[in-house]
Design a protein around this ligand. Structure first.
Ligand SMILES: [Zn+2]
Length: 116
């Protein structure tokens, strides 16, 4: 574990605590629900087991953010953190500083958003 990853991990964990902390105020079982799912489950799969209205109320965006953070943390564990999932290049550290949960380099992110 290098210093950079170590620092990013702390930021991610803080951010995650903030996000789930907000959610817990609304629904105490939310964190539990997240843990019932494998990291990388799509929001669709999750929606089938979590009441859809509840999910909407809690905010799918927050849910997705927590998932992204979990994925980033998992990638730290297996040593692929900081590698673009699309092209396999290293993601610019300056980008990770701003967006620690980024899984794509800036170029791939741009091309992905463009095609929407
Ligand atoms: Zn890339």
């Amino acid at each position: 574990m290098n210093d950079f990853n170590d620092r990013m991990r702390r930021i991610l964990l803080e951010e995650r605590a903030k996000l789930t902390g907000n959610l817990l105020l609304e629904h105490q079982q939310f964190d539990e629900m997240i843990h019932q799912h494998e990291i990388g489950d799509s929001i669709d799969e999750v929606s089938t087991t979590i009441d859809k209205n509840l999910l909407e109320r809690l905010g799918a965006n927050i849910f997705m953010s927590v998932q992204r953070i979990d994925v980033a943390l998992a990638r730290m564990e297996n040593g692929t953190y900081g590698v673009c999932v699309k092209c396999g290049k290293m993601i610019d550290k300056a980008r990770l500083e701003v967006l620690p949960e980024a899984s794509m380099c800036i170029d791939c992110q741009k091309s992905t958003t463009h095609h929407r």
